[in-house]
Design a protein around this ligand. Structure first.
Ligand code: NAP
Length: 244
């Protein structure tokens, strides 16, 4: 019996490690977006399933006992497909999603927007916006910020062209407060543009912005999928699996 973890996050890797430690058969799946991904413990499968139908086939082929959707809060398509495929196969589904930053001190002073396109519009008001939204969201920023001297940080360089005026940093973290503070200062960043990824892993950039009085423009999370039990930590997800 296989526990399937839809992964691509630090929480997914933590959960895989917990379950492997419990001697369970764990199969983590990754979309394959990152060239050299951090691999979780246990078995790993890389690449999409081919929509809901493909995921249904996969769950049957692997005799999945349970699925934990531990994808990123912004991976809404995968989460929707997981709900549909688990409903159709009767495989229990848990959503593991870290808490967002909306309740953090200072969050009420940030500019909250509903989409990356909207964030791009707000970013045009700044001279040196720092885009930490992930490579997949960058196309929304290209036209509005074509002539702006944006600073961009990505794990893998995009395979599409970025404006000449932009400065691109290839880096994957982890990031600490000292490094983030130094970067915001040395690059004279006047706005941090990010999304509500939540958790502690990418928090130092926001903490550094708050310290330095740099404005924060933040994209709200997509609505969570309904009708699925949710937990916010790998430990709670491990308890759910082991309890079953
Ligand atoms: P998405 O838009 O919800 O997913 C698009 C398609 O990618 C899915 O329909 C599925 O393809 C495939 N896919 C996504 N996650 C998968 C997984 N864990 N295993 C197998 N196939 C997967 O998701 P996304 O925003 O492209 O994110 C892709 C992955 O990167 C996620 O696993 C997520 O955890 C990770 N990630 C995303 C972000 C972000 O900001 N979006 C940030 C950090 C990490 P098929 O339809 O062919 O099955």
């Amino acid at each position: 019996m296989t526990i399937v973890i839809l992964g691509g996050t630090a929480e997914a890797r933590a959960l895989a490690q917990c379950l492997v430690d419990e001697r369970l058969d764990v199969l983590s799946t990754l979309a394959g977006r990152v060239r050299d991904p951090r691999l979780p413990a246990g078995r790993v499968r890389i690449g999409g399933f081919g929509g809901v139908e493909g995921l249904v086939r996969f769950l049957r082929d692997t005799r999945a006992f349970a699925v934990v959707d531990a994808t990123h809060p912004f991976a809404a398509g995968m989460s929707r497909n997981a709900v549909a495929a688990c409903a159709s196969t009767g495989v229990p589904l848990l959503r593991l999603q870290r808490t967002g930053w909306a309740d953090e001190p200072g969050a009420e002073t940030w500019t909250w927007v509903d989409s990356h396109a909207e964030a791009a519009g707000v970013a045009t008001e700044y001279s040196r916006p720092f885009l930490t939204v992930g490579r997949q969201a960058l196309p929304d920023f290209i036209e509005p910020l074509r002539n702006a001297s944006a600073l961009v940080r990505v794990v893998d360089m995009p395979d599409f062209e970025l404006p000449d005026a932009w400065t691109t940093l290839g880096d994957r973290g982890p990031y600490d407060l000292v490094g983030e503070r130094g970067l915001l200062q040395s690059e004279r960043v006047d706005a941090l543009v990010t999304k509500d990824s939540g958790g502690t892993y990418t928090w130092p950039k926001v903490a550094a912005a708050a310290e330095l009085g740099v404005d924060v423009v933040i994209v709200r999370r997509p609505d969570p999928v309904q009708g699925v039990e949710r937990v916010t930590s790998a430990a709670a997800a491990a308890r759910w699996v082991v309890g079953r």
